[in-house]
Structure formats: C-alpha cells, structure tokens
Design a protein around this ligand. Structure first.
Ligand SMILES: Nc1ncnc2c1ncn2[C@@H]1O[C@H](COP(=O)(O)OP(=O)(O)OP(=O)(O)O)[C@@H](O)[C@H]1O
Ligand SMILES: [Mg+2]
Length: 378
C-alpha cells in the first residue's frame, strides 16, 4: 500500500471515531422520574442513547429497567423530566405513533394466528400492496432463520423459536428503535449464548438502535456497545463493557458487573508513581492511582496464589485456602487473609502446575500487580 493510501486510511479511521462520538442522540432522557403513588420507581435518570447503538440496561430486580423501557416505548408516562426520540419531544405521543417497537419478555404472540400472520400483524393497517407485505414478512422470517415455520401456530414452537418470531414481528415495521425486555430470559444457557450472537449480528445488519433490558451482566457485556447500570431507581454508571469492568466508579457497579474483592484502606500515602496503602492487619501494598476512594477493589482473576513467596515481594500477603471449586478449565479459590474479614476470591486457569493441586487448609501467598487494583468510594 502506498504512503498516501495508508495516510488516507488512517485519516478515515480517525474520521470514523469522531463521527461515532458526534452521532446524534437517538433517545435523549432528561431527568426522567416515575412515581407510583408514594413509591419512586425512577429518580432523575439522564442518558443519551446514540443512533445505531446496542445499548443495555442492567441492574438488580426491581431497579426500574422495565419501567424505563416502557417510558421510552410510550407504555408508561414519566412523572418528571422529558424524553426526546430523534430530537422530538415524546410528551403526549402514544406508543403507536413512536418510532419504537417493543419486544415483551412474554413474546405476546397471538396463539390463534399462524406465524406468518403474527409477523405481519403490525402491517395490517398499512396501504402497501398485499404482495409487498408478504415479501417483507418473508424477509423478516428469513432474517431470523424461521422461514420453514411460517404456517405453524405459536403453540407449536419452542421458546427460542417464539423469541425469534417476536423479533421478526417487531422489525417488519422498520422501527428506528427496538426495545427488548429480557429477550433471552426464557432460554437455556446454551441457546442464550447462541442467540446473543444472533441478536448482535441482526442489530448490525439492520443498523437500528437496540435498547435491551437484562439482569444478566455477562449477556449485556457480550452484546452491547454501552451499558447503563441501575440500582433502586437511579443510574450508577453508563460506559462501554470494558470500562465498566476495568473502571467501575462505585462498589455497586463493581459488585454487579462480575465479582470483586474489596479491602478497606486504613492509610493512603501518595508518591510519584502511585500510592502506598495500609490495609487491615498493617499489611502494606502498592497501587497505581486508578479511581478514588478508601476501598481497594481487586477482581478474582487479577490475583495469584503461590506456594512460595513471590518475587519481587510487593503486594503480597499470606493466606489460608478455605475452599476450592472447579468450573471446568478454571478454579475459584476462597482464601482467608489478615487484610479482610471476608474471604477473598481468586480465579485461576487450570494448569498442570502445582497451583492446580492446591488443597483447603494450605498456607499460601496471595499477590497481584500494582496496576491491578482500582480505588473506590466506600
Ligand atoms: N404499576 C405499578 N405500580 C406500582 N409499582 C410498580 C408498578 N410497576 C412497577 N412497580 C415497581 O417499580 C419498581 C421497578 O419495577 P420494574 O418492573 O421497572 O423493575 P425491573 O428492574 O424491570 O425488575 P426485574 O428485573 O425484576 O424485571 C419495582 O419495585 C416495582 O414493584
Ligand atoms: Mg423487568
């Protein structure tokens, strides 16, 4: 490739990154609140969902995910704040006039209509010629790989097949935004994983904005461009999957996205390259200055266990192995340390090294790199 071509390609990549950042907000949620009588289901939610983005809402049961999705779709009215879709204020716009379509967790297929009629239902009032409508239905069925099932009734399909039909039905009207509430909730683990890829690739091919609710954080991580973590009606953090994992801003997020070990920091002394932290039991460790707060957070896979003192001997403490569970290719060890009352969880890949044979009761060394931890508010 010529220098000019390389330069051109680099230039166009830069332009793409800039274009992504400048992509207009498809959905603009401004200080949205929802009260049911005295109960506050949503409190001051602010978020912008970009055009063409795969965006997920995650959080524990009852935190307000479905409520927010219904407000976007027009099935519930916010009691505070504003909602704009494509730059237009949606106050007073009923669900059927919004450029959105919602796939409900229950799929809500009509049991007495065959699959073809179910999928075409949203076009029943459209003035398109019948042949054109049939073509759109066929295309949608082909997209979800369900063409062979067009004449069956919903009761004659499996959960995963019904889920695809619900998707096909939602896309025939070409919504700008697809709202999905726990779309894979009824599926077993294996089918779920398969459908995660299918959903993501469908979203790419259609190029429409997906807003997906799930209580499964791993699922959200695997599919989404960005994720909003919610708790008790509030927004905790919006970020890309890797930033949420590597740089959570609070314990709530760290705990919800993967598992995390927390150590209280008794004393922090800053120096040129980071900080020296004193933990409980007078244990002193080093960390880079990542995050802010008085709790040191460490992911189980950032930690190492060894039978001998590790060299160099920074960020290390002795511990006792209390439990081990084998997860197929990986081991999770629980160890008791002097730096915390709670057991510390360590994830290790199964190897043929002696670590793989660690047994409960053994005295070991726990260690990690100074770059591994993140500081969080308590
Ligand atoms: N119509 C209603 N009247 C009163 N309270 C409601 C109503 N709908 C939802 N709530 C309450 O609002 C809160 C948020 O509900 P929502 O359905 O949004 O939770 P969620 O995050 O979707 O939970 P899950 O993961 O269990 O589906 C819950 O405490 C729920 O009980
Ligand atoms: Mg819900």
């Amino acid at each position: 490739m010529s220098q000019a071509k390389i330069h051109e390609r680099g230039q166009s990549m830069v332009e793409q990154v800039l274009a992504d950042a400048a992509r207009p907000a498809m959905i603009d949620i401004r200080s949205v609140g929802k009260a049911y009588g005295n109960y506050t289901a949503l409190n001051g939610i602010d978020m912008e969902i970009r055009q063409g983005e795969f965006f997920s809402l995650v959080g524990p049961s009852g935190c307000g995910k479905t409520t927010l999705l219904k407000i976007i779709g027009g099935f519930e009215q916010a009691t505070a704040g504003r909602l704009l879709i494509g730059g237009e204020d949606m106050g007073g716009t009923p669900a059927y006039r919004r450029p959105t379509n919602m796939v409900f967790q229950s799929y809500a297929l009509f049991p007495h209509m065959n699959i073809r009629k179910n999928v075409g239902y949203g076009m029943r009032k459209s003035r398109l010629p019948a042949a054109e409508k049939a073509r759109i239905v066929d295309d949608a069925l082909a997209l979800v790989k369900m063409s062979d099932f067009a004449d069956r009734l919903p009761g004659q399909l499996s959960g995963g097949q019904k889920q695809r039909i619900a998707l096909a039905r939602a896309i025939v009207c070409k919504p700008k935004v697809l709202l999905l509430d726990e779309p894979l909730g009824a599926l077993d683990k294996r089918l779920r994983e398969e459908m995660q890829f299918e959903l993501k690739s469908l979203q790419r091919r259609l190029g429409i904005t997906f807003v997906c609710v799930t209580h499964d954080q791993e699922e959200a991580m695997s599919m989404s461009d960005r994720i909003a973590v919610m708790s008790a009606g509030r927004l905790l953090q919006i970020d890309t999957p890797d930033n949420l994992y590597e740089r959570p801003v609070s314990r709530g997020v760290a705990d919800f996205v993967g598992s995390m070990n927390f150590f209280d920091v008794k004393l922090r002394e800053r120096h040129d390259n980071g900080s020296r932290l004193t933990l409980a039991g007078g244990i002193v460790v080093e960390t880079v200055n990542r995050g802010e707060g008085t709790v040191l957070a460490l992911r189980p896979e950032w930690l190492r266990l060894s039978a001998e003192p590790p060299a160099p001997s920074v960020n290390t403490m002795t511990c006792t192995l209390t439990e081990r569970s084998y997860l197929g290719g990986r081991n999770v060890y629980l160890v008791q340390t002097g730096a915390s009352d709670r057991p510390v969880s360590v994830m290790a890949q199964q190897t043929h090294s002696p670590t793989a044979l660690l047994q409960p009761g053994e005295r070991l060394w726990l260690s990690w790199a100074p770059e591994a931890g993140v500081l969080l508010p308590s």
